[in-house]
Structure formats: C-alpha cells, structure tokens
Design a protein around this ligand. Structure first.
Ligand code: ADP
Length: 374
C-alpha cells in the first residue's frame, strides 16, 4: 500500500526532440485506482513507465511512499506491472510463470507455493497451473499476467493497456475482475488505457491527457458533468458531446444563445457567468442524451428547441441515435428506442438547459465550471 507522488515530472526524448510529458503533478492516494486516459501518443505509457523505472525521468520527481525513486532500479521500487502483451514465458507452466519473480527474490518454496495458489484462487485459474501459455485463451493468459503481479504483493500495481488484446466480451469481463481485485486487495493501482469507457468504469479518479499535458483530474461523474474544456467534453462520453458555435445576446433580464439556426434562452443561474460574453462568440455544448424529441418521451413542452433534419437513424436496441443537421452543424441525439423517426424528417429537439455547457471559443476552457459545481 502506498501513496505515489509525481511532482513536476517531465520527459523529453532528445534524439527526436519530442516532449512526451510536461509538468505532470499529482498525488495518488493510498489504495486509489487512478486511470490515465487519452488518445495514442498523449504520454500515458511514458508517465507509467517513469513510475515503474522503465524510463528515466528528465525532470521532476516520483515518490513512492514518501521516498524519491528517480534513481531506484525497477526491481527495488516495490511495484508490479502488467503489460498488454502479457509477457509470459512460453516454455514455462502457469505455476512457474507466476513463481518466477519470487524465485529470483529467493523466497522459500512453501512461501512461493502459498502465494501462487492464493493468487490462482483469486483469479480462478487454479486448474490451469500446469498448462503452458499457448494452451490458454487470451483472457486466461491475462489472468496469469495479473497473477504474476499479485504474488509479489507490491505496494503499487501498474497496468499498461492490459486488456487491449482481448475481444470485446472478454474485455468487459476482465474489467470487472480487475475492479473486484482492486476492492479486495485495496492496493494503489495506476491503469493506462486509451478507452474512456474502461477509464470511466474502473477509475476512482481519471487523468485525461493530451499531447503530454494533463487536461483534468477528477472522478468519473465530475469529468462527465463538469468537463474542464472542450477536449475533455468531447473525449468523455459516447456518442460525444455536441457543439454549436454562436453568440450570447442579452437584453434586460433575458439572455440568449443564438446560433445560425436556432436561439435558446439562458436560465438565470447561468447569466452571471455568461454576461462577459455578451455580443461575443461562444461554443454551446449539449450531450446527446440531454436532447429530447419534441412531443416524445420526457418532453416538457416548454424547453428551448433546435430545428433539425435527420441524416441517419441508428437503432441501438435500448435506445436510438439520431444523426441530425441544423444549419451547417451536424449533431447527435439519443432518444427512446421505438421512435418512428426516419431519414429526411424535419423535427425539433428540446434542449435540457440545466445540462448545458459553454466553452470559450478561443481557449476552449469551460465557462465558470466552479459555479456549476455548487
Ligand atoms: P501513449 O501511451 O499515450 O500512447 P506514449 O507515452 O507511448 O503515449 O508516447 C508519448 C510520446 O512520446 C509519443 O509522441 C511517442 O511517439 C513518443 N515516444 C515514446 N517513446 C519514445 C522513445 N523511446 N523515443 C522517442 N519518442 C518516444
């Protein structure tokens, strides 16, 4: 169990001139599950590998349990890492794969046996211990890789895209198993993934990264409800948030957002934050589930409306995605499953303005996120 601190951590690759990680600052609490998420190349793995000791830290410091580990070899950091590739020894049995690290550390035979069988029981792979990796499915191999980490009883588990090689169904199952493992072991875990659903379902807190910079660190619900900027807003959530360009206009008590094709009135609680944008360009964001068909399920009849034409209807079973256009802007609405809507229909969508987001068009920062947090 350990606290992990990253203080002003930076990583340059001088040969290529790439700055992979800039100013990474975070305290990961004892027993916390933190997911690092972002598109390929955003610096997640490099950050994790610096914690592991597999990459030099160019600047800043990494502490594990209060101790600076910058110059400590990986084997002395009391961490265990699970990779996407599993990295199992093909000629060894499952038992020997799991026991290998302990043998190197000269644990007694009995201790090794106890730990390997304990881990095998936790992961439900006891009956597989005599097999070799090629006799296992992808999911079973990944369990062995996790088992090999568990037997070490490390202070911190590091996972680098551990589920990327599995099929969709197995990924969901292993996601649940790793979460259950975390509840059971209560060990600090840092988990790298490009998959926002994985991050959202597993992480106590999520770090969203872009081009080596942290964009936001928050709980899954806070990230979803109060994204700090347009990038986070569009990265978290499927289908992604819709954005409309327009301007704020105010007259007396009333304030409106006007786009090329529609006008919505701004609720009173937003008006103080938006006043400085009066007459200026702004981006309005609304998630697909915060739009409703006028007259459909949940329709209130008094919400502001967006007129639109349907480009595509995508039935998902439990709900339907409507791909729409208003003016020149494309957007998506998630509506009830048994809608009779069809391509080329003209219709109106009600906007739940309590769920509206506004972003500064130049900086792309969310407008007054603190106010909404209250
Ligand atoms: P992610 O894990 O988010 O996909 P990485 O941390 O692997 O991203 O990479 C971050 C950036 O650093 C990328 O631009 C990548 O090309 C670069 N990079 C990673 N490893 C090296 C390396 N050994 N040498 C040079 N550049 C690297």
């Amino acid at each position: 169990m350990a606290v992990v601190n990253l203080n002003n951590v930076q990583k340059y690759y001088p040969a290529s001139g790439i700055k992979a990680v800039t100013d990474f600052n975070m305290e990961i609490k004892d027993g916390e599950f933190v997911a690092l998420v972002g598109p390929s190349g955003c610096g997640k793995s490099t950050t994790l590998r610096m914690v592991a000791g597999l990459e030099d830290i160019t600047e800043g410091e990494v502490k594990i349990d209060g101790k600076v580990v910058n110059n400590l070899a990986p084997k002395n950091r009391d961490i265990a890492m699970v990779f996407q590739s599993y990295a199992l020894y093909p000629h060894m049995t499952v038992y020997d794969n799991m026991a290998f690290g302990l043998k190197l550390r000269r644990y007694s035979k009995e201790e090794i046996r106890k730990r390997v069988y304990e881990a095998a029981d936790i992961l439900g792979i006891r009956e597989l211990v005599d097999r070799r990796p090629k006799q296992l499915s992808g999911g079973q191999r990944q369990r062995v890789a996790v088992g090999r980490a568990i037997v070490r009883q490390p202070k911190v588990f590091l996972f680098d895209e551990p589920l990327s090689n599995l099929d969709a169904k197995m990924r969901v199952q292993m996601r649940v198993e790793i979460s259950q493992l975390h509840s059971r072991l209560q060990t600090t875990m840092i988990y790298v993934t490009h998959d926002q659903v994985e991050a959202m379902t597993m992480g106590d807190r999520i770090v969203v990264m872009r081009d080596g910079f942290i964009q936001q660190i928050d709980s899954p619900t806070q990230l979803y409800d109060f994204p700090a900027n347009k990038y986070v807003a569009s990265f978290i959530g499927t289908p992604p948030m819709n954005f409309f360009e327009g301007r704020i206009e105010a007259e007396g008590e009333s304030m409106e957002f006007k786009s090329e094709s529609f006008t919505v009135s701004i609720p009173a609680h937003w008006q103080d934050d938006l006043r400085e944008y009066t007459g200026k360009a702004i981006t309005f964001g609304i998630r697909p589930e915060d739009l409703r068909l006028k007259g459909g399920e949940g329709s209130t009849g008094d919400a502001p409306l967006i007129p639109a034409k349907i480009d595509l209807v995508e039935p998902m079973g439990s709900e339907t995605y409507l791909y729409l256009t208003t003016g020149e802007t494309s957007f998506i609405a998630r509506v009830e499953s048994h809608t009779k809507c069809k391509i080329d229909d003209q219709l109106e969508l009600e906007v739940d303005m309590n769920k509206a987001h506004f972003f500064n068009q130049e900086t792309e920062e969310a407008v007054s996120i603190q106010q909404r947090n209250q």
